[in-house]
Write a protein that binds this ligand. Structure first.
Ligand SMILES: [Zn+2]
Length: 377
């Protein structure tokens, strides 16, 4: 089942990849910012003047309407866009937002400024703070959330076109999504590369894990340069696949589900306003629901008289997914999946626990722990 849907997915991607020029106005990545202004104005006009396409896909602008649409069989290509908010219930702090979460805990590293830990130039000179942090946040120490498994269910039911994630915790992969299902917009720990442009040797997760947990600064076997997980640092470009996939995915999007992110990422926001026919947003309590009205969230409109497409649900991501699953008749299945998968991860964990650094004085076993954390100088 998932095999066949996957091959269909690939074919479609090839067929529909649009030429940027075909989209009439200026849609190259560089011009995305200006483009958004245009989209913003277009949306503003169309919503205030009642112009533009108001083809209603949802019978009701409620979560019930979204569930009905999914169950109708007309909704075949769902795109999920997810951010840090979907992983907070797994215990992972949001460390991309300055002033919150992890940044506050970085003083001990004596960084010139907190963001330096993710700045590529700083990293090349001082890799230690990043790797110390990486050890603390290492993927595999956390379990995917209900929300992650909800996305996995969309895949299993052949409804997931793609999941765009801003997260680097790899929990989507732990939950069972595969490379083809995912666009890891800020990269991933899953693979690593030598930072030397002449070399770029690739390393896998196990190799990197061993280095991180033995407090070794990872160096390339071939050229002795630093090796860095493939997460996108400040000063680095987003993966090329991010842009190419967006251009083929969005024109085919039947429903966009946005969870745990405020959607202020370009060129994403402009693609949403241009192509999406139906959007469902799960907002955290802390998010400002006015985003949509102000057009900041890609020109979304939840509650004006002209609203026709966008549905917002204010709750945590997990609660939102459970509520939607309930309306879809999937709730029991979802809860069982979470229970089964968490039990599997726990049983795997107990095998590895002894060798993990979390238990500090853990007896040396397997490959991971060096007895004395030796600070490289
Ligand atoms: Zn190298």
């Amino acid at each position: 089942m998932s095999d066949s849907s996957e091959s269909t997915k690939k074919e479609e991607v090839e067929e529909v990849t649009p030429e940027p020029e075909e989209q009439s106005d200026d849609s190259s990545e560089e011009e995305a910012a200006g483009d958004t202004d245009m989209d913003f104005l277009r949306n503003l006009f169309s919503s205030t003047l009642g112009l533009g396409s108001a083809d209603k896909v949802l019978d009701e602008l409620t979560m019930g309407g979204v569930a009905q649409y999914i169950n109708s069989g007309k909704c075949k290509n769902i795109i999920c866009m997810v951010g840090a908010g979907i992983s907070t219930s797994a215990g992972i702090p949001d460390f991309r937002s300055p002033g919150t979460g992890l940044y506050a805990n970085l003083q001990k590293y004596n960084l010139p400024y907190p963001e330096a830990i993710f700045q590529i130039d700083y990293f090349k000179k001082h890799p230690e703070p990043f790797f110390t942090l990486a050890k603390e946040l290492y993927p595999g120490q956390f379990k995917p959330t209900i929300c992650h498994y909800f996305i996995k269910m969309l895949k299993d039911k052949g409804l997931l076109r793609r999941c765009y994630t801003q997260n680097i915790d790899t929990l989507e992969r732990v939950a069972g999504l595969e490379g083809e299902d995912l666009i890891e917009a800020h990269g991933t720990f899953y693979t690593s590369h030598c930072v030397s442009f002449c070399c770029r040797k690739e390393y896998n997760l196990d190799w990197m894990k061993e280095k991180i947990f033995s407090d070794d600064i990872p160096k390339c076997d071939k050229c002795s340069s630093l090796v860095k997980p493939d997460i996108v640092f400040f000063g680095e470009n987003l993966p090329v696949r991010f842009f190419t996939s967006m251009k083929s995915d969005f024109p085919n999007c039947d429903l966009l589900i946005i969870m745990g992110t405020s959607l202020q990422v370009q060129p994403f926001a402009s693609l949403v306003s241009r192509y999406c026919i139906s959007c469902f947003l799960v907002l955290e309590h802390t998010a400002d629901p006015l985003f949509g009205l102000l057009g900041i969230g890609g020109g979304m409109d939840f509650d004006s008289d002209k609203a026709y497409r966008d549905v917002a649900h204010i709750s945590t991501c997990d609660d939102g997914c459970l509520a939607l699953a309930d309306l879809l008749g999937w709730k029991v299945e979802l809860e069982e999946l979470v229970k089964k998968e968490h039990a599997r991860i726990d049983s795997q964990g107990t095998k590895e626990k002894a060798s993990d650094s979390k238990g500090a004085a853990a007896k040396t076993s397997a490959a991971s722990v060096a007895p004395e954390p030796k600070k490289a100088e």
